[in-house]
Structure formats: structure tokens, C-alpha cells
Design a binder for this molecule. Structure first.
Ligand code: ATP
Ligand code: MG
Length: 324
């Protein structure tokens, strides 16, 4: 039996995930859904953001639907999402950016780079180690190549880096180029800062962009501009044995508890989960329902509307389930 973990987490995660879960249950009527409590709220309640038991449960699942967790500025508090990505070795963060005029995918290395977690925090000097390894660069490059081949858009694979300043990026860039060459893919090597501007000016020139951990994080928030904001962007975190699906946005404490968060990023993440499990046509049906709801102007305040999270979720669900 298919087992799905549902992690709401903190803040707006608690509001958007139920809307996505409802859709998952519709497409997976026979699956077992396991609720896992983790995050900052859980840390406040129990002193542990994610118990060993919870981590074990996550590892036993076929897929994880994940909301968002708050990471407080406390230097003692380790990001729980980073821990999960490491423990489950979710090395590829896939972030599609899609709207009427844009259709691209950011493939972000998810386990090392500036998010290595190797840090020394001092009063006078703090350092974070930026780690780039051959093996991790190769596997993310291979993932990007396979996505590029699958999408077959006839556009070059773009490598985003800063090898002129960060010598650690020379290894990343060269491995990406070498892997792409073995697959006969045309490649375009770009500095990440120039890329951030160019993708906003000419999004149609882009198909698959592969980059390191923090650059990918920043680039995908930047691309939020192309799609009406963070509330629209889904993502997948894929490893060899595990897969976790989450909206690109965080827990947004500023709007949490008001029922106005946009659930579309979470719903699209559920669509990616279903695609990953090979559920036929689910992703297309979900996207069509999202588009119809957007066209009706049933949208949350971040998109200029006055609908609630639930209004949007229910509308999309009704279209999927054929009740509307
Ligand atoms: P975190 O530390 O958990 O990442 P954050 O304060 O950085 O929290 P984000 O969720 O990353 O918040 O989002 C940044 C801003 O974008 C939020 O302050 C919020 O106003 C807006 N935002 C993010 N997601 C959504 C959403 N789903 N619907 C509406 N607005 C959103
Ligand atoms: Mg954030």
C-alpha cells in the first residue's frame, strides 16, 4: 500500500496543506496517510523539533507532503528541513516555474554548497563553509540532464555559477559541462547574478537551469516574480530512496492564522507528488483546475483577490472531483 506522510509544520503550512491533502486523498483513495508533527511549534511543545520516531516514520514513506517550518534566528536552533534533506539524502530540489509565458525548471543541488551546515559562529568572526564535491555535483548534473531530455524543449541546459569569484564553483561548472557533453546536450554557462536579471527579462530563453544550493534558493524566489509570487511555486526534493514535496514559500508568520495564504503552491506540490508516484493524468487535471479557478478570479490577497485559503482550495477541489 502507498504510504504518504503529511507534515503541516508551522505557520501557513497548517492552512495550505489541508487543501493539498484533500486533493491527494481524492487521487489516492487507497493510500495510507500518516500525520507527522514536526517544526518550531513542536520544538516549543516538546523541546525537539523532530523526534527520532518522526524521522523514522518519514523514512518509511513512499512520499512526503510537507508544509513549511519556521526557523527562528536562534543560532542554537538547527534548521529541521536541512536535517531532513540530509538524513533522507534528498539531493535534488526541483522547482518548476510556470505561467502563461514562462515554463522553466530550476534544478538546485540540495545537500552541500553554502548550506553545508559547517559553521563557526564567533563574536568577531563567523564563517560558513561552502562545500562542492565531485559526486554531489555529478548526480545533480545528471538529474538536470535527464529532466532536460525528458522535457525536450530544444533549449540549452543552463548552468548558473559564480566560478570567476568562487573557486569552489569551478568544479561544479566543469562537472556540469562534462556530464551534459556525455548526453549530447547543448549547454550555456552563466554567472548567477547576470542569470537572475536575464531570466526576468527573457524567461522564454530558459528551460532547465542547474545550480548550487543557495543560488538555487535565491533564483527560485526571484522567479516568483514571473508567476505572481511565492504562493504559486511548488517544489520536489528527490533522493534515491525518498521524495518530499513542498511549496517554495516558508511559514510566512506575518500572515499565518488569518486564512488568507495562497494554497496553490501546496496544491501544485501535491500534483508533483502524484506525478512522482506515476498517478496518470492527476497533475494535468490539477493544473487545469488551478487555471480555471485563477481565470474566475477566485484568488487570495497576494494575487489581488479577497478569497480565503479555503475558498481557493474548495474551488479547485470541486473542479477536480467533477462537482463543478
Ligand atoms: P520562513 O522563515 O518560514 O521562510 P518568511 O517570513 O521568510 O518565513 P516566506 O514564507 O518565505 O516567509 O514568505 C515571504 C513573504 O511572502 C511572506 O511574508 C508572505 O507575506 C508572502 N507569502 C509567502 N507565501 C505565501 C502564500 N502561500 N500566500 C500568500 N503570501 C505568501
Ligand atoms: Mg522565507
Amino acid at each position: 500500500m502507498t504510504k504518504i506522510a503529511v507534515v503541516e509544520g508551522d505557520g501557513i503550512g497548517r492552512e495550505v496543506i489541508p487543501e493539498a491533502e484533500k486533493i491527494l486523498r481524492f487521487f489516492l483513495p487507497d493510500a495510507e496517510f500518516v500525520r507527522v508533527e514536526l517544526g518550531f511549534d513542536q520544538w516549543k511543545k516538546t523541546g525537539s523539533a523532530c523526534s527520532k520516531e518522526s524521522m523514522k516514520t518519514l523514512k518509511e514513506m513512499d512520499a512526503i507532503l510537507f508544509g513549511a517550518v519556521t526557523t527562528p534566528p536562534d543560532p542554537e536552533y538547527k534548521s529541521i528541513l536541512l536535517q531532513i534533506r540530509h538524513e533522507l539524502d534528498l539531493y535534488a530540489n526541483i522547482r518548476p516555474v510556470k505561467s502563461e509565458s514562462v515554463d522553466l525548471v530550476i534544478v538546485r543541488e540540495n545537500t552541500e554548497g553554502l548550506y553545508s551546515g559547517i559553521e563557526e559562529i564567533g563574536e568577531e568572526r563567523s564563517t560558513t563553509l561552502r562545500v562542492v564535491t565531485r559526486d554531489c555535483s555529478r548526480r545533480i548534473a545528471e538529474k538536470a540532464c535527464s529532466i532536460s531530455i525528458q522535457r525536450n524543449q530544444n533549449k540549452p541546459l543552463v548552468i548558473g555559477h559564480k566560478a570567476n569569484v568562487l573557486k569552489s564553483d569551478i568544479l561544479f561548472r566543469d562537472i556540469c559541462i562534462a556530464v551534459a557533453e556525455t548526453q549530447n546536450l547543448s549547454i550555456r554557462s552563466m554567472f548567477i547574478d547576470a542569470l537572475c536579471l536575464d531570466v526576468l527579462l527573457h524567461p522564454d530563453r530558459y528551460d532547465v537551469i542547474v545550480t548550487t544550493n543557495m543560488f538555487g534558493d535565491i533564483l527560485s524566489d526571484t522567479c516568483g516574480y514571473l508567476t505572481g509570487g511565492l504562493g504559486m511555486l511548488p517544489s520536489a526534493n528527490i533522493g534515491k530512496n525518498h521524495a518530499l514535496f513542498e511549496p517554495v514559500h516558508g511559514s510566512a508568520p506575518d500572515i499565518a492564522g488569518r486564512g488568507i495564504a495562497n494554497p496553490i503552491a501546496a496544491i501544485r506540490s501535491a500534483a508533483m507528488l502524484l506525478e512522482h508516484l506515476g498517478v496518470q493524468d492527476a497533475a494535468e487535471k490539477i493544473e487545469a483546475a488551478v487555471q480555471q479557478t485563477l481565470a474566475l478570479g477566485i484568488v487570495t490577497p497576494d494575487l489581488g483577490g479577497n478569497a480565503s485559503t479555503r475558498d481557493v482550495g474548495e474551488n479547485i477541489f470541486a473542479k477536480i472531483s467533477g462537482n463543478q
